[in-house]
Design a protein around this ligand. Sequence first.
Ligand SMILES: [Zn+2]
Length: 112
Amino acid sequence: MQFNTLYDVEATVWVVTHKPGMTRVPCSICSSTGVVTLEGETLQCPKCRGARVTTGESTTAALSLVVERIVCNHEAATRIRYFGTREDGKHVTVEESEVFATKQLAEESLET
Ligand SMILES: [Zn+2]
């Protein structure tokens, strides 16, 4: 069965990501930097080990995604999904409705 997709394999598209805000735990040893300097060497803080906790807020960003595979599901309404590698190195699956042609369009979708 023939189906039309907005983007092709190997196309670079843009997706919006939501990342939970993280902050270092309060630590008196490393002043909440997660690292200590001993004799000129930067080492992981022995007390907090650089642990982080969520702030409860999330940040959004537009990231590029290189399409590697397109999957079309005809079972219900036609659903087109893109499999690819995001610029942060993560392998993700995105619905066509959540894919944008340019970074600007992806960012504009955040301003609602
Ligand atoms: Zn620490």
